[in-house]
Write a protein that binds this ligand. Structure first.
Ligand code: HEM
Length: 416
């Protein structure tokens, strides 16, 4: 029988990420042959397999038959069947249901289609930069990184501008469910047991309630937005239920917002730390796309997603049993030294392929919004460089307390 290697520390501990990605820990995990087992006391499966290498993340991502998103959960801890059911959106489903749901919205996210949002994104980027320049600095997250993505995704969904701040607040509280801090179960008028809510957060109740009223508005007054499209959509002759619509809405608001915001927050740090790299982009605009990709790889906004083995299978030489959890640490795979040359180096001209796996390792669940996120981030970089904005970081950034997102809560800057 082969030795079961265990992880050097508990990768599920949120405090491990309190200063960003623990690179030395993941280097150690990658160096061990096969997969490493991360025990969790009291967990139904006893823990999970840590998938840390690029090729293994790709293999798991692309095989939805062997590695399910529907069984157990896509986050670390298993949840009961009723809780899974209550929160299910396409990201927690396997084909064919996943395919049917994704098909409703996928045409709005093609690289060609998202170019149609360019003028609106440019306007949002300019407004945010005008604000921070006028103030001579401030909290980069609050003034720049947060308002741009939420504004873009809310416009797409048909959420009025007056509610954007409320969406930011709800999205922040949703992530708080992955921290080690206890949450107030009654927040946002919630009466549902937290275990039935996504991220075990009462903010999910707030989002669901908001989605219900938005659906009613869109049914009565359809417009050219995604929520209007969703309320009209039919699967096998049936429209989506209120609960399905709310879950869809929540997924879009969270996925379209939190992730891109993290990359834009890390961008501020990178602009300062790797100023000469960004000078290269200023001098050669052909580097804009690869620079955008490097910002995303280096930021690793989503730390992991999980799958569950549907049968006994061997992965990277390790025997995985049916029902065992596999956690794909994108933040580790994107620094895999066997795939990326000198991975800790920030290189705006880094060649692709190999692609980074910040948007997932490919396959059915590959990030629906990847082209949109790339466009938003590249427009922000372009505009910062065009305006020759120089930043100074004031004090230390505070990271979001989470083992799931590599988010920054506050980052104070001075603008020169
Ligand atoms: C830098 C920004 C972003 C990052 C790093 C990111 C990352 C990810 C990752 C890792 C996944 C899971 C992939 C998998 O399981 O194989 C995902 C899925 C998804 N993302 Fe993103 N994302 C970003 C931006 C966006 C944006 C702007 C949207 C817009 C709505 C979006 C919508 C989604 C959706 C709907 C899914 C689920 C897709 C499915 O299950 O078929 N994401 N994203």
């Amino acid at each position: 029988m082969s030795t079961r290697h265990t992880t050097p520390v508990d990768l599920a501990d949120p405090s491990l990420y309190s200063r960003g990605i623990p690179q030395a820990v993941f280097e150690e995990v990658r160096a061990v042959p096969g997969l490493s087992w991360n025990p969790i006391a009291g967990d139904v499966a006893g823990g999970f397999w840590a998938v840390s290498r690029h090729r293994d993340v790709v293999e798991v991502s692309r095989d939805t038959t062997t590695y399910s998103s529907e069984v157990g959960h896509i986050q670390l801890y298993d949840i009961d069947a009723d809780a899974l059911d209550a929160r299910a959106s396409m990201i927690d489903m396997d084909p064919p249901m996943h395919t049917r749901l994704r098909r409703i919205v996928s045409s709005a996210f093609t690289p060609r289609h998202v170019q149609g949002y360019r003028p609106a994104i440019e306007q949002r980027v300019n407004r945010a930069l005008d604000n921070i320049v006028r103030e001579g600095g401030g909290d980069w997250v609050k003034l720049v990184a947060a308002p741009i993505p939420i504004g873009v995704i809310c416009d797409m969904m048909g959420v009025p501008e007056t509610d954007h701040d409320y969406m930011i607040e709800l999205s922040d509280h949703l992530v708080a469910g992955t921290s080690s801090e206890p949450l107030d179960p009654g927040a946002y008028g919630n009466t549902t047991a937290l275990r039935l809510l996504p991220f075990n957060s009462p903010a999910a109740h707030g989002i669901n309630e908001y989605a219900k009223s938005l659906n009613a508005t869109k049914r009565a007054n359809p417009a050219d937005d995604l929520m209007s499209k969703l309320v009209r959509a039919e699967i096998d002759g049936e429209t989506l239920t209120d609960a399905e619509l709310a879950n869809f809405f929540r997924l879009m608001i969270f996925a379209g917002n939190e992730t891109t915001r993290s990359a834009m927050s890390h961008l501020a740090l990178q602009l300062v730390e790797f100023a000469s790299e960004f000078d290269r982009v200023r001098q050669d605009s052909n580097l804009l796309d690869s620079a955008t990709e490097e910002v995303i790889r280096y930021s690793s906004p989503i730390l992991y997603f999980r799958r569950t083995a549907t049968c006994d299978v061997e992965l990277a030489g390790t025997q995985v049993l049916k029902g065992e959890k596999l956690v794909m640490w994108y933040c580790a795979a994107d620094f895999d030294e066997t795939v990326f040359d000198d991975p800790q180096r920030f290189d705006v001209a880094r060649p692709t392929p190999p692609p980074n796996v910040a948007f997932g390792g490919g396959g059915a669940h590959f990030c629906l919004g990847a082209s949109l996120a790339r466009l938003e981030i590249s427009i922000l970089i372009e505009e910062i460089l065009r305006r020759r904005i120089q930043l100074d970081i004031i004090g230390e950034p505070t990271f979001v307390d989470s083992n799931f997102v590599n988010g920054i809560e506050h980052l104070h800057v001075a603008v020169k």
